[in-house]
Design a protein around this ligand. Structure first.
Ligand SMILES: [Zn+2]
Ligand SMILES: [Zn+2]
Length: 331
């Protein structure tokens, strides 16, 4: 089958013909119809040394089940599905708590095991999540990382209907976080350093838009302050500008995957009992719930469509921050 692979002596991404994945007991084989492109894919490629075992990236995967292994009863050949990206063990402590995203022995599609930049992908049947009718493969794919990460971040922050949430960063995640937060009944303050995105943020449903500069905390406070801040950007330094706009008991949720320390003074945290927490993808149950919400609230990503053969150019556009707002490839 045709696939984009990294490693295997290349160190970069190359298109190649590779064997179709084999499925075992409890697995399904999915014919890929769409694969979303996430910034994490670029980090994975950059972090893979030449000579590492070859791997197929891609973790926003939708398609049709082509074959099922023995023992699979929950899905069937011909089903339209998306891939819950953590192939969890189902037995460790986080799995027992329903937090498969923190599985201690799981594999991540496209990151630690082969993913969706290919014509076919192997999934454990439990990771094959049925797609609602009417949700197209290409529009469904971004929900499986960008959408889930946004949705779970808002829920992990404890966001309630009627509360005010500041969503920092309007990119692949943030552009879905805005309509998801609206669908959850929140008042949404979009925070973006890019003036060009102000109108876009409003068109996505944001009630207010702030630039995120040194005055942003005061501006957020003037709006009543944020109950929840969802940082979807990889940079965390700009969060320092929002501290004055945090309500007592606010939660600052880090859903981006940047490396920097969080610049919020301990005194400000203690005085108002503010919590900082990380949020990683989301659970399988949240994935199911999000697809239902997307259907009932008519939430769709804004996507650019490409073929898998254009993957090099797509990644170049992503590196240059030119994608609006998610690129989706078809094998
Ligand atoms: Zn991702
Ligand atoms: Zn586990």
């Amino acid at each position: 089958m045709r696939a984009a692979v990294i490693g295997g002596g290349h160190g970069t991404l190359t298109l190649a013909d590779v064997p179709r994945p084999e499925i075992g007991t409890g697995d399904v084989l999915v014919r890929v119809h769409a694969a979303g492109v996430c910034a994490t894919d670029l980090m994975g490629i950059a972090g893979t040394p030449a000579g590492a075992p070859s791997r197929v990236p891609g973790h926003e995967i939708t398609g049709v089940i082509e074959a099922v292994g023995s023992g699979v009863t929950e899905v069937a050949v011909g089903d339209r599905v998306g891939a819950y990206l953590m192939f969890a063990c189902g037995e460790c402590e986080p799995c027992a708590l329903g937090e498969e995203e923190c599985c201690e022995r799981g594999a991540l599609a496209g990151i630690t095991t082969d993913g969706g930049y290919a014509e076919y992908v192997r999934l454990p049947a439990r990771s094959a999540i049925p797609l609602p009718d009417g949700l197209a493969f290409d529009e469904a794919a971004p929900f499986f990382c960008a959408g889930l990460t946004s949705y779970a971040g808002l829920l992990n922050g404890g966001l309630q209907a009627g509360q005010r949430v500041a969503i920092v960063g309007i990119g692949g995640l943030g552009h879905l976080a805005i309509p998801i937060a609206k669908a959850l009944g929140a008042e949404v303050v979009a925070v973006t350093s890019s003036p060009a995105k102000h109108e876009l943020a409003r068109s996505l449903g944001a009630d207010h838009v702030l630039t995120g500069d040194a005055d942003a905390g005061a501006a957020l406070k003037a709006l009543g302050g944020a109950h929840v801040v969802l940082n979807t950007a990889s940079a965390v330094e700009p969060l320092a500008n929002l501290v004055a706009g945090l309500r007592p008991l606010a939660r600052v949720v880090l859903a981006g995957v940047g490396a920097g320390p969080v610049p919020i003074p301990a005194g400000a945290l203690a005085r108002n009992q503010i919590g900082i927490l990380g949020s990683f993808i989301g659970s399988r149950a949240q994935m199911v719930d999000l697809l239902a919400l997307a259907q009932s609230a008519r939430i769709r990503p804004t996507i650019e469509r490409y073929s898998l053969s254009e993957v090099g150019a797509v990644h170049d556009r992503l590196r240059a921050n030119e994608i609006r707002f998610r690129a989706v490839m078809t094998p």
